[in-house]
Ligand binder design. Structure first.
Ligand SMILES: Nc1nc2c(c(=O)[nH]1)N[C@H]1C(S)=C(S)[C@@H](COP(=O)(O)O)O[C@H]1N2
Ligand SMILES: [Mo]
Length: 257
């Protein structure tokens, strides 16, 4: 059979039409295959970025950062994490991660260091924090390792604490570290100011257990558990991204839900 498939102006038989379509489809497919191959080799040979967020090719990081921008825009302070009735809260609360929970004995003399500006550090005691308006939240605590648990917490909202301490809420980030500096997280300001974000001193109506961050931890229901730092030693404000333990190890900086 003759394949006069590209001859214009002539009526094509059904067989010719099928052949023409098949050939065209294969040409398009090959074009994309070749394009895909070259894009991939190009990407693969891009230099890897250095630094804590490095080990990845620049174009890939740019895509990730573009996604971050989109999701940050989409984040609204009015979106609340789902809450549950108190009866649904677990009695046996799972303990996960103990980085930075050294020196349990030193917690007797604990005071929160609040760095308002370089050279202007406020020391706040637990009893002062407990005098501030108390907020409770019962929510589904989610860990990036794949478990979740409905748990009950209480403390002061970060936004109430910030008002009490006259903290700058116009900077982009808030940084938190454990007293020994071993664990640390950075939170974008809108998430810190979110109405469910707590500086938390109670679990199930009791003071926090040692391994759950006594005397004060973060509870941040709009993010994965990695961001809910246990045993806050220092809070500081920053226009740049504060260092973040799990972001340094490749997890998403914002770890939003
Ligand atoms: N100081 C400190 N805080 C931490 C961690 C840690 O290892 N050290 N682990 C994080 C992780 S991965 C999770 S899931 C939660 C677990 O909180 P829980 O132990 O109260 O369940 O704490 C977060 N805060
Ligand atoms: Mo976690």
């Amino acid at each position: 059979m003759a394949f006069k498939i590209f001859k214009p102006g002539k009526e094509l038989t059904v067989q010719q039409q099928i052949t023409r379509r098949t050939v065209l489809s294969f040409m398009v497919l090959s074009l994309f295959a070749v394009l895909g191959y070259f894009t991939w080799t190009w990407l693969y040979h891009q230099p890897e970025l250095p630094g804590p967020r490095g080990g990845v090719q620049k174009p890939l990081r740019q895509v990730l950062e573009a996604n971050e921008k989109i999701f940050n825009k989409a984040f609204s302070g009015n979106h609340l994490a789902k809450t549950f009735p108190v009866e649904m809260a677990a009695k046996k609360v799972r303990v996960n991660g103990n980085i930075g929970l050294t020196n349990d004995n030193d917690t007797a003399n604990w005071q929160l260091h609040v760095v308002r500006n370089p050279g202007d550090t406020l020391l706040v005691s637990l009893s002062e924090i407990k005098k501030l308006p108390k907020t409770e939240v019962v929510f589904d605590f989610k860990c990036v390792e794949g478990w979740s648990q409905v748990t009950r917490w209480a403390g002061v909202r970060y936004r109430d604490f910030a008002a009490f301490c006259h903290l700058d809420t116009t900077l982009n980030y808030v940084g938190f570290t454990t007293p020994d500096g071993e664990y640390y997280v950075g939170i974008d300001m809108p998430s810190a100011m979110h109405p469910q974000t707590l500086l938390c001193y109670e679990m199930n109506g009791q003071p926090l257990p040692m391994n759950q961050g006594y005397p004060l931890r973060m509870i941040i229901p709009v993010k994965y558990g990695i961001k809910s730092l246990k045993r806050i030693g220092t809070i500081y404000l920053s226009s740049e991204k504060p260092k973040d333990y799990w972001a340094e190890r490749g997890y998403d900086y914002y770890a939003g839900l």
